[in-house]
Ligand binder design. Sequence first.
Ligand code: HEC
Length: 435
Amino acid sequence: MNRTRALTSLSMVLLGGAAFAVAALMPATLRAQPATPTDAANYKQLMQMYCVGCHSGPTPFAGLNLEPLDPAKLNENGVIWEKMIRKLRDKQMPPAGMPRPDDATYEAFFKFLESGRDRLAQANPNPGRTTLNRLNRTEYANTIRDLLALNIDVRDLLPGDDTGYGFDNIGDVLSVSPVLLEKYLLTAGKIARAAVGDPNMQPTVEAFEVSHGLKQRDRMDEALPVGSRGGAAVKHRFPVDGEYEISVNISRGRAENYLGLGRERQLDLRLDDQRLGLYTLARNPGRSSLGSGTPPDAHLKARLVVKAGTHEIGASFLKDTIVREGIIDRVREDAVPTYFEGIGAITVTGPYNVQGPGATASRERIFSCLPKAASEEQACAEQILKTVAKRAYRRPVTEDDVKPFVELYQQGCSILSLEQAEKGESKPRTKLVTE
Ligand code: HEC
């Protein structure tokens, strides 16, 4: 007995499934027949009869006035229609005990509303707006590039992002911990200063290291001169107009011993393909190592004034075109060298004696306005903030959008003028905007 019941219910489920599958295969037009105006008028009447009695007037039940609703216009009052669909599907309305339509009418009305709304959604899909999610660090760097014309190396600034399902740009996975938020704020401060060019910045040291495992046997980069051997070319962003020192270290071996001192070599140091100097690296086969007296590469440096912006530094050796006669070095086949002679690092130190923020691509992008007098300053700052905010939000901005930034700017102004007053300076305030 029990078994038969179980079987019947199973077959019912199967039948239901089959019916469902058939329904899914039917052309959409058959399933959801467009309503005729008479349908709409009939249902308007139905609502009048069964609903409006309670849902109308100055104090309708549940605060819901159904009188103005017209089933011919399912595109209006979407929220209410959706609520009605839910109530009618379960026959919750009209409340129990009140006169209600027969089951078939219920069904028809409910279907009419549901298919009508579905058709509208299909014709005019509205997936809603994407929810706010954190940019991963690559997206962040690209945004900074587009917004401020500034190329940053995010790997130095932000930790790597979590991955989910093999992707690192899934909003779900890109959570924000308090520490990470602090990191982003810190980074934003650095980026803002770099983009605007801070003339009060302290000198910093930035070293570009060349892997000791790189065989520097031929011309290493398109940016290096033809006929050069070994070396490296690096792009460096000089933050402001000022003096910088560019120095080169030759590579060292495992025991910090200088490599390639077996013969005299000529080092060619260039900035944007202009030679800064040709340095002679003396022959010194005495295997000097780091820490034993003056390093053999101590003189490989140039100090010069550089304009703000990205410049290319190239350091390479002139190719030896003659080989001294003698016994040819035997290269052992079994030895796997992991340290090669060449250039070990290029280091940029600065800025010293800052001359000004310079004319960088970032400043050009940000400063859409420059005040000529102190009285123009406020308006100018607002215009700049508006432009940047519009680009950042990717939509026109309102006064309310920009207000917090303007307030921040004013706070900055008052702090600055306070500092100036303390120092007894009377610089024109215009400095804040231009700097
Ligand atoms: C006897 C009065 C009465 C009638 C008739 C009546 N309702 Fe209601 N309706 C209520 C009351 C009371 C509530 C609030 C309680 C509830 O949500 O169940 C309500 C709530 C609702 C809600 C939910 C509102 C919300 O904001 O959640 C909808 C939708 C609704 N009714 C639709 C209808 C429709 C459609 C009809 C006609 C088919 C109808 N009602 C007929 C009394 C009535």
